[in-house]
Design a protein around this ligand. Structure first.
Ligand code: ATP
Ligand code: MG
Length: 722
């Protein structure tokens, strides 16, 4: 009865309304980006509360981030008119898992004050176990095993579930035993890791049917956003809570979009969408096809791109929002990433002059190292920015470590820097030694490095520590001596190599390690713009001082992965080049799935935009520390000409357009977007690419050849280390 519908239902389309009002029984909303899935969930909660169908504490709502949970809570409050008191079960799978586990810790053999270990703790613990087994922890790195355990846990596998073959891959077949020993050790320590936050509740529910039954009664409504990115363990957990005995209705509502499944690399199983109808017979599947977010051009571009994926459930999307004034998606070319950042900065300033708010703009990058160039540029321009979903570039762990080395070289009395890196990488200088050094230095009012230099002349140190300290002191003295006599970027590389810091990450088998190495290279690269290492350090302290304040009007910078679910008026998508996007790692994997996940990521990026979307690619980018002539991303060719404009070259540099490059061939001939691989510019780019050496930075003896640009006659190179 339309005209008596409460306010919060007004404005919903019939399908959305059906999804909101079908409170009883399983519901799956399967729909494309911007069709109001999240809005349906929020309104559904409002509806549950407004109709008195449940108390806030009886609603279990899973969001992908804690921030999304907070926002959802706020919006529900607005819809029902007044703050919602206590929605204790709204949060991420992990945050809900912790809460359950704290309540029932004893059923998992823990006390309710158990600690949650971070990745570093986990690795340290595993290393001890590997050593206790009498295994060589160099041959069988703890990090690698930690990664295996994480994968098993994402799949919901406990030690007895591990197949012989799987476990044999590690430590001569001792993998399963080690996993079991690890779990036992965690229990002794009254601790658990992230995976346990899901696995323990699953085990508890399985072993205690009565308790599970209690929760079946308690959680009258279960809602899950971003359902396409649940992993197997999360799905098992969900199924336990949602599949109920016949007398209790299965009020579970999941919303998702198979085209936005972007966490496959972390164990997400898009097949969970397909299983839903099987596991919840009689589920009502609702499709939403009207997009409320984006213009026809943006939607057209995104839809055409994603149609290149084969593994899709397939959906249609339309929008009423078409206005002849709408801008098409614009593809821009730049010479290199510096020019890219400069041009994006200009574009943002133009929009700002047109009274657009910075808050409505976002830069979405494929890899976090790309952020640095934008952050630097914005600091120079005085444009406020914030980095979402991760630390700002110069706040990253590996960057702070590296900077601590540089600070020590420029300013030997920087004790904070000294303490940060004295045992990073591990040099066998334990806390006792560091404390001793500290006290010694304090008592004499000298810097710690000086204290170390003094102490190695005495007998006060154990031989091992003394040798380690001797090496550190010698290294720093040598680097300090080079400071005035060597190119500072070369010295920076040398410091990171000779200290063993680069090697530390090269030997690290965790998923983040390659990204950290990329960031380190980007750090060295960013120093080129400065005269000296000191000048650079000063710049960084200014960048670090820039405000990261919630209330500030500021451009958002984030990775495509963390942009999920968000929307902005204007979106900038830089770095659409082969090897970066799609990322080389996905291409190396071979097969379709890696590439298709990259394409879904592109789809997520495009569909974040409401009104304007600007894509960039550069002709030269430093990847793995070396300049490479790059090829525009294949995704550019997959965009439909009808919805895309190619910007006349923004480049002020070196007659880029005259190089027969990408841009020209494309707009001059006004040909459709496919088939332009045959133009001379492309051929040349490809030829140049083949002789580009990958990644010889970071080896101590490496003779890094750095490409600084291409003339018509081919690459010019210069050696940077002698
Ligand atoms: P994503 O797949 O990106 O997570 P989504 O399907 O969750 O997208 P929402 O974020 O819920 O989509 O909605 C997209 C935008 O459309 C939001 O600004 C939302 O407020 C708006 N919207 C959704 N439904 C309606 C509607 N019926 N009327 C007006 N605006 C709507
Ligand atoms: Mg959403």
């Amino acid at each position: 009865d339309q005209h008596r519908a409460p306010d919060y239902l007004a404005g919903l389309n019939p399908e959305q309304r059906l999804a909101v009002e079908t409170l009883n029984g399983p519901v799956l909303v399967l729909a494309g980006a911007g069709t109001g899935k999240t809005r349906v969930l929020t309104t559904r909660i409002a509806h549950i509360l407004a109709t008195g169908s449940a108390y806030p504490s009886q609603i279990l709502a899973v969001t992908f981030t804690n921030k999304a949970a907070r926002e959802m809570k706020e919006r529900v409050g607005v819809l029902v008119g007044g703050a919602v008191e206590g929605m204790p079960w709204m949060g991420t799978f992990h945050s809900i898992g912790v809460k359950l586990l704290r309540r029932h810790a004893e059923l998992a053999g823990l006390r309710s004050d158990f600690t949650i270990l971070d990745t570093d703790d986990v690795v340290r613990l595993i290393k001890q176990l590997i050593q206790a087994e009498g295994l060589d922890d160099k041959r069988w790195p703890a990090k690698q095993f930690a990664g295996m355990v994480d994968t098993w846990k994402n799949k919901g596998l406990t030690p007895p579930d591990i197949a012989e073959g799987d476990a044999r891959a590690f430590a001569n077949g001792k993998g399963r035993e080690l996993y079991a020993a690890y779990q036992a050790r965690l229990r002794t320590l009254n601790a658990c890791d992230f995976g346990d936050l899901l696995l323990h509740p699953i085990a508890i529910f399985r072993k205690n049917p009565d308790l599970l039954k209690e929760y079946h009664g308690k959680f009258r409504y279960i809602l899950v956003d971003e359902y396409q990115d649940t992993n197997t363990a999360q799905y098992m957990w969900l199924r336990l809570l949602a599949q109920r005995p016949k007398d209790i209705p299965q009020n579970v509502c999941c919303v998702g979009d198979d085209d936005q499944s972007i966490y496959g690399w972390r164990g997400a199983e898009v097949d969970n969408i397909l299983r839903f109808e099987k596991d919840f017979p009689g589920a009502k599947v609702i499709k939403l096809e009207r997009n409320y977010r984006s213009t026809e051009h943006i939607l057209g571009a995104a839809g055409h791109l994603i149609a290149h994926n084969e593994g899709r459930l397939g959906k249609t999307l339309f929008t009423d929002r078409s206005d002849p004034d709408d801008e098409k998606v614009v593809v821009h070319a730049a010479w290199d990433s510096e020019e890219e950042a400069r041009a994006v900065g200009e574009e943002i300033e133009n929009l700002q002059r047109g009274k657009h708010k910075l808050n409505d703009m976002a830069i979405l990058v494929r890899a976090s190292f790309q952020m640095r160039e934008f952050e630097d540029r914005f600091v120079t321009l005085g444009l406020n920015y914030r980095v979402i979903g991760g630390p700002r570039f110069y706040e990253r762990l590996e960057i702070r470590d590296a900077m601590a080395y540089f600070r020590m070289v420029c300013q030997p009395s920087d004790d904070l820097a000294f303490e940060r890196i004295i045992n990073t990488p591990k040099r066998g200088l334990g806390d006792t030694t560091v404390r001793y050094l500290h006290d010694y230095a304090r008592a004499r009012d000298i810097p710690m490095l000086q204290a170390a230099a003094d102490l190695i002349e005495t007998d006060e140190m154990k031989p091992k520590a003394r040798k380690a300290l001797f090496d550190v002191v010698t290294d720093f003295r040598r680097w300090q001596g080079l400071l005035e006599n060597m190119a500072h970027t070369t010295l920076a590389e040398q410091i990171l190599d000779e200290s063993g810091y680069t090697a530390m990450w090269q030997n690290d088998k965790s998923a983040e390690a390659p990204g950290r190495l990329e960031n380190l290279k980007e750090l060295v690269r960013s120093m080129e713009a400065f005269e000296s290492m000191r000048g650079f350090l000063e710049h960084v302290s200014l960048v670090m001082d820039a405000e990261n304040n919630e209330n500030l009007d500021a451009v958002s910078i984030m990775t495509l992965h963390s942009a999920k679910g968000l929307e902005f008026d204007t979106v900038f998508l830089p770095g659409w080049e082969e090897g970066l996007f799609p990322h080389q790692r996905a291409l190396d994997e071979g097969g379709r799935s890696g590439l298709e996940e990259e394409r879904r990521l592109a789809y997520v990026g495009l569909t974040r935009a409401k009104h304007r979307c600007h894509i960039w690619f550069v002709s030269n980018r430093r990847i793995h520390g070396l300049w490479q002539s790059t090829m525009p991303s294949r995704f550019l060719d997959e965009l439909p000409a009808a919805h895309v404009d190619v910007a006349a070259s923004d480049s002020n540099y070196g007659g880029y357009g005259g190089r027969g490059g990408y841009g020209q061939s494309r707009f001059d001939k006004a040909e459709p977007f496919a088939n332009n691989y045959s133009t001379p510019g492309w051929k040349r780019a490809q030829a140049n690419k083949t002789d580009a050496t990958r990644d010889n930075w970071g080896t101590r003896s490496g003779h890094a050849v750095e490409r600084i640009g291409y003339g018509e006659s081919g690459p010019r190179t210069r050696t940077i280390d002698g």
